[in-house]
Design a protein around this ligand. Structure first.
Ligand SMILES: NC(=O)c1ccc[n+]([C@@H]2O[C@H](COP(=O)([O-])OP(=O)(O)OC[C@H]3O[C@@H](n4cnc5c(N)ncnc54)[C@H](O)[C@@H]3O)[C@@H](O)[C@H]2O)c1
Length: 446
C-alpha cells in the first residue's frame, strides 16, 4: 500500500514475515455451489476485482496464477485513477513484481466492464463467478452481502468490517453463504501458511493454553494528504487509513492478523477486554482520528488472557509475532517452533519448506471451485476476529472493561448516511482541521 502505486508485494507491513490457515476449518463437504462458473461449454472461472489498490491488484494476479482456467473480466474502484493504475500493473510489465509469464491473455476487461464510483461493485459482481473484495474494510459488509446475494464465490480481505453493525451484517451473510455453499476465503493468510498449519496440528504439545501474546509494532503506513478541491468524502476515502468508518484503526486493520491467530489456536473468542492507548506521534491534521498505540488484555471464558500490543511509532522496536503459552510449553509462531518450559525444542518447522500464503489462498480456493467443491467458509471467523479487534479498540478508546456481547449489540454504526461524494462522513474536522480523538475516561465505547 505505497502511495497510490499498486504493489504486488505483501511485504509492506509483513516486514518481519509473511504468513496464514483455514478459519473455521476446512469443510469437507462436496457439492457444487450455486455460483455458476460452468456456464455453457466455457469452463473459465470469471473473476471481478472490487477495490483496485495495492492488495486488490496483488490478489487479482494471485487469482490468475492459481493454476486454474481463470479470467479477470471486470474491475470496480471508487476512483478511475486507481482502477487505471491497477489495470496497467496487471497487464503491463509484471517482471518488477516478480510475476513471470504473460498474464495479459487472462485479462479481458474492456471499457464497459470497468466501473467507478460507489455502486460499481454491484455491476462488477454480476459479471463474475468469483469476486475479490479488497476495498478499505468499511465497505466490506455491503460488498460481501451483495456478493452472497448474487450467489458468488468470494475472496475477501481482512478486516471484514469496522464497527459492530458491520460485523453483524457479515455474520448474517456468512450464514447465507453457507446455505448457498459459496466458498469464502478471508485474507487472514496465516491460515493458509504451512508453518502455522504445522504448529496448529501440534498445539496439544503445550497442553492447555493459559495465556498468549501478540504484537504488531512498527513504523506505521502511508499518509495521503488533503488536496485542493476534494470534498470531505473524497479526502477521507483517499486517506482512508486514518478514519475509523473506513479503517477501524490499526488495531483492526493490521493487528487483527495476530489476534486472529490466538483466537484460532484457542478455538474461541474473548468475552471481554480492557486496555489503554493513545497518540504520541500521530498528531498531524492528516492523521485523522486513529491512535498510534494500543495495549489490550483480552479475557477468554476459560480465564486465559491474551496480552496484545500494536504500535505505529517510527524508530521504536519492531515486532510482528505471536506467542502461545500452555501448561506444558510454548508455541513461538515467528520462530515456527514449540518448546517445553525448560527451552527444549519439541518441534521445529523447517522454514525452507514454507509456502507463499497469499498465493496459496488462491490456489486452494480456485482448485475447490474448479472441482465444484464446497470447502471454505472463512467469513464467520473473519467477522469474529474482526469483532475481537474492534472490542480492543472500544476498550482503549473508552478506558473501560468492555464485554463482547454488549459491544457486539451496542448498535455502533460508523458508516455515513449515504455513499455519495457530497455526503458528510460522521467524523468531521473542527475549524482548525483537527478531528475528534477518543479520550479514555471520557469517550463512551459505543
Ligand atoms: N492480508 C494482508 O496481509 C493485507 C495486506 C494489505 C492490505 N490488506 C487489506 O486489503 C484492503 C485494501 O488495502 P490496500 O492496501 O489495497 O489499500 P489501497 O488504498 O491500496 O486500495 C484500496 C482500493 O479500494 C478503492 N475503494 C475505496 N472505496 C471503494 C468502494 N466503495 N468501491 C470500490 N473501490 C473502493 C480505493 O480507491 C483503492 O483503490 C484492506 O482491507 C487491507 O486491510 C490485507
Amino acid at each position: 500500500m505505497q502511495n497510490n502505486k499498486p504493489s504486488f508485494g505483501n511485504s509492506r507491513r509483513e516486514f518481519v514475515k509473511t504468513t496464514g490457515l483455514i478459519s473455521g476449518g476446512v469443510i469437507a463437504a462436496p457439492l457444487l455451489s450455486q455460483a455458476n462458473f460452468h456456464s455453457g461449454a466455457d469452463d473459465t472461472i470469471k473473476v471481478a476485482l472490487i477495490g483496485c489498490g495495492g492488495r486488490g491488484t496483488g490478489a487479482a494476479v494471485q487469482a490468475l496464477r492459481s493454476k486454474q482456467k481463470v479470467k479477470l473480466v471486470a474491475m470496480a474502484d471508487a476512483f478511475r485513477d486507481r482502477l487505471d493504475a491497477s489495470y496497467k500493473s496487471i497487464t503491463g510489465d509484471l517482471s518488477e513484481a516478480g510475476v513471470s509469464g504473460d498474464l495479459t491473455k487472462m485479462v479481458d476487461v474492456p471499457e464497459e466492464r470497468k466501473f467507478t464510483g460507489f455502486d460499481g461493485y454491484q455491476k462488477a459482481i454480476a459479471l463474475a463467478d468469483v469476486v475479490i473484495l479488497a476495498t478499505p474494510p468499511g465497505f466490506r459488509p455491503i460488498h460481501f452481502e451483495e456478493a452472497v446475494k448474487q450467489g458468488k464465490h468470494i475472496f475477501m480481505e481482512k478486516p471484514v468490517a469496522t464497527d459492530p453493525e458491520g460485523v453483524k451484517k457479515v455474520l448474517v451473510a456468512a450464514e447465507e453463504a453457507k446455505q448457498k455453499k459459496l466458498n469464502v476465503v478471508v485474507g487472514l493468510q496465516r491460515h493458509y501458511q504451512t508453518s502455522y498449519r504445522e504448529l496448529f496440528k501440534r498445539k496439544d504439545l503445550i497442553g492447555d493454553i493459559t495465556s498468549a501474546q501478540a504484537w504488531w509494532n512498527n513504523d506505521g503506513v502511508w499518509v495521503r494528504p488533503r488536496k485542493e478541491g476534494q470534498t470531505e468524502m473524497e479526502y477521507q476515502m483517499r486517506n482512508w487509513y486514518y478514519f475509523n468508518w473506513l479503517c477501524g484503526d490499526h488495531i483492526t486493520e493490521q493487528h487483527i492478523h495476530n489476534i486472529d491467530v490466538i483466537n484460532w489456536f484457542k478455538g474461541s473468542y474473548p468475552v471481554k477486554a480492557q486496555g489503554f492507548g493513545g497518540r504520541e506521534v500521530r498528531k498531524g491534521k492528516d492523521h485523522g482520528e486513529i491512535f498510534d498505540h494500543h495495549f489490550v488484555e483480552f479475557h477468554y471464558a476459560d480465564g486465559s488472557i491474551l496480552n496484545s500490543q500494536c504500535r505505529h511509532i517510527p524508530k521504536t522496536s519492531a515486532k510482528v509475532d505471536e506467542l502461545l503459552i500452555g501448561t506444558k510449553g510454548k508455541i513461538y509462531c515467528g520462530a515456527a517452533n514449540i518448546r517445553d518450559h525448560k527451552g527444549n525444542v519439541l518441534y521445529q518447522f523447517d522454514k525452507k519448506t514454507e509456502n507463499e500464503p497469499y498465493q496459496n489462498e488462491h490456489v486452494e480456493l480456485f482448485a475447490a471451485i474448479a472441482k465444484g467443491e464446497y470447502k471454505f467458509a472463512d467469513a464467520e471467523n473473519g467477522a469474529k476476529s474482526t469483532m475481537t479487534s474492534i472490542l480492543g479498540r472500544m476498550a482503549t478508546y473508552s478506558g473501560q472493561v468492555v464485554e463482547w456481547d454488549k459491544a457486539l449489540n451496542c448498535g455502533l454504526n460508523l458508516q455515513p448516511t449515504a455513499y455519495t461524494w457530497d455526503t458528510l462522513p460522521k467524523s468531521l474536522p473542527d475549524a482548525n482541521g483537527n478531528y475528534k480523538i477518543a479520550i479514555p475516561g471520557v469517550t463512551k465505547y459505543y
